[in-house]
Design a protein around this ligand. Sequence first.
Ligand code: HEM
Length: 562
Amino acid sequence: MTSLVDETEGYHVNSRVIFYPLLGLTTAIWILYRWQQNSHMHKLAELIPGPAPIPIFGNALTLMRKDPHELVNLALGYAQTFGNVVRVWLGSKLIVFLADADDIEIILNSHVHIDKATEYKFFKPWLGEGLLISSGPKWRSHRKMIAPTFHINILKSFVGIFNQNSNNVVEKLKSEVGKTFDVHDYMSGTTVDILLETAMGISRKTQDESGFDYAMAVMKMCDIIHQRHYKFWMRSEIVFKLTSFFKQQTKLLGIIHGLTNKVIKNKKETYLENKAKGIIPPTLEELTHNSGEILANNAKTLSDTVFKGYRDDLDFNDENDVGEKKRLAFLDLMIESSQNGTNKISDHEIKEEVDTIMFEGHDTTAAGSSFVLCLLGIHQDVQARVYDELYQIFGDSDRPATFADTLEMKYLERVILESLRLYPPVPVIARKLNRDVTISTKNYVIPAGTTVVIGTFKLHRQPKYYKDPEVFNPDNFLPENTQNRHYYSYIPFSAGPRSCVGRKYALLKLKILLSTILRNFRTISEIPEKEFKLQGDIILKRAEGFQMKVEPRKRVPTNVAR
Ligand code: HEM
């Protein structure tokens, strides 16, 4: 009997130990939930359509279980069900997806909503406060300084580098003839080589092992950051630091920053030595503002017209073209302008900007060029037209492309623009709102504190803007088809004040790289577009890799060859 009473008392004590903390926790969760429900953000968010959230977690549990490919399908499914404005809760974090050009214009065209979303913080250990993630006065002053380094005159001086590296990749591709291979590996490698040379002035001839290690480290760092975006548990700094990825990241950043610091130090020393000898390189001003032969109006490219609607700071003074001048890498230009007092920028900040250009210029163009080559491998009729245009320009010669040639590659340009429409390398752009914003769709008010995600991929496939939007059709970019289209319905390079500073660089490089490959090979792709497994990363890729084949091209027009 006694033992029975004792046991019951023990039971009561135990249940109290569990009951009260549980009651406390439940009450705290309930209060938090009620507080959330009554908050300004919640009240406004409730008016926006989206999947039903569950208390505390919101929709996080649904998203957590998805791999990058499933995330693409989930996001597209939400758009199908809820429309062009979709609200999702990740715990207490509100995310609003936009896919209508009028709404997107309100965000991107603004000089107020320019702050990047917190998701960009994973780049911080690598890129610091570089252009991609900085905000406020720092971003403004650096943007003002860096945009002119992408002036058309500077880009023209890179044509030789683009040609040389394109020929290198053609040589390498010869070993793949007849095999199925992932072309992205090649596009990635050549893109890093080109960037090393144009951003830092390190050529294959001058680069030692450190150049190769750097290239590998850049590629691996991109991979780690991608993983942190879709593996939710790796988003927490504490958890991330416990993983082997963190150790790997520390090592990779040692390599990347080690090289950037070394190059900046050497370049600065050389600059000062030369200055002491009276050798002063041309200033950015001289390179970009001397008037000489005027670039004729008909020498404007198609993309100059396509992107004119959201005029940014990349369109200045292109008429004052002085032809190919002494070549200076972006880094030289930054050192020069910091030393001659034109711009106040420290060595550390220069390093951040060079690292940023290396990152932004790498995966985007590698993915973009890989999509073009695969699409042409599927659409042989389009590839034949591209080749015939190239044959008209080059005949059967092996000569390198000039800047003037690139202006003649009008059909290739349409193909590139169309590929970027269907498969935009940056499939989403995210901003953090610092104040409430009323958008055009149903006058919804998106509350301050929301992360706005602009779905470029979805926007580019809206029947409202494109006839047969899912069909690959370069004629979507014929002048008569672009002139009445909403400017913000095509934003592969984003738009407005925070648009891609490397847009002209990317298009020029893509034209030279792709034309060189296509003059030498016919690409063949056996996987149709509807079987592409798209991967929802920061950069859009194919989960199965960019599988294709190449065969040597007969240097005759295709209408003769067939
Ligand atoms: C096909 C190639 C490219 C595409 C599709 C692309 C796309 C974009 C997009 C969408 C943004 C805005 C990102 C955001 O707001 O989150 C951006 C920003 C940027 N891009 Fe690109 N990019 C490409 C190539 C390049 C290249 C080659 C460079 C440099 C060599 C570059 C440098 C930058 C920089 C520095 C920014 C940040 C600009 C700022 O915030 O002021 N990009 N790019």
